[in-house]
Design a protein around this ligand. Structure first.
Ligand SMILES: [Zn+2]
Length: 231
């Protein structure tokens, strides 16, 4: 490997970016292995140890690269938002970004001057990170309205991300229960059966099991209808 002190910021950041991605992946796997869902995973202990070793190894590789970045007084860096507007920021901690913002690290721009970066990215520059970027020449009113629109957009994005997270948590049984409800509406049920079905929903302690029961009721219902039709 070439001596670190002779490498360009772009070369160093490219390596840091690659190692960081690997590190993120290892942490994600580790978190998953630590979750209750993974408690019965095949060779779980062994895989946890593997991930820990990988994290250790990657961290050792990262250290000299990061030290070199600090030693040279932390050069300029540029990050492109890939999850939405495509703005470029000088830091991932920019106040206009939020927790769900996804960044692509434009390592080719590492070590360039502020002016060179603005030149390269033009109007995509974030006006907070690069106050002297071209977009700053807009009228005050226009700038304010753009800022307002951006805030609204981020709010909507955050909402959408929240909904997506919530939806991901909804168990399959829930979707099933909605379907069962619709079918009960459509097919009707005799009183006794309806009561049994309703109990699976209203009794909190049986909540989780309730959906399964509801589904059995539904299957039974379909089966009876079919046999009745066939008769
Ligand atoms: Zn910014």
């Amino acid at each position: 490997m070439t001596e670190l002190s002779t490498q360009t910021p772009a070369e160093i950041d490219e390596q840091i970016a690659t190692l960081t991605l690997k590190l993120d992946a290892a942490y994600r796997t580790l978190n998953w292995l630590d979750s209750p869902q993974a408690s019965r995973t095949f060779r779980r202990e062994e895989r946890v140890a593997e991930q820990l070793a990988k994290i250790e190894e990657l961290s050792i590789e990262l250290r000299p690269l990061q030290n070199e970045y600090i030693r040279r007084g932390r050069w300029e860096r540029a990050f492109l938002v890939t999850s939405s507007d495509g703005h470029v920021h000088s830091t991932m901690g920019c106040s206009t970004c939020h927790r769900d913002t996804v960044f692509g690290w434009m390592t080719v721009l590492s070590g360039k001057t502020h002016a060179e970066i603005i030149e390269a990215i033009g109007e995509n520059a974030c006006t907070v990170c690069y106050p002297d970027a071209p977009v700053a020449q807009l009228s005050t009113a226009e700038r304010k309205s753009r800022a307002r629109a951006a805030v609204e957009e981020r709010k909507a994005e955050r909402e959408a991300a929240k909904v997506a997270r919530e939806l991901a948590k909804v168990p399959r049984a829930h979707a099933l229960a909605v379907k069962v409800d619709e079918l009960v509406e459509a097919f009707g049920l005799d009183d006794e059966r309806r009561e049994a079905y309703a109990a699976t929903y209203t009794d909190g302690s049986r909540f989780a099991k309730g959906y399964d029961t509801a589904y059995s009721v539904y299957s039974d219902m379909i089966y009876r209808r079919r046999t009745r039709r066939a008769a």
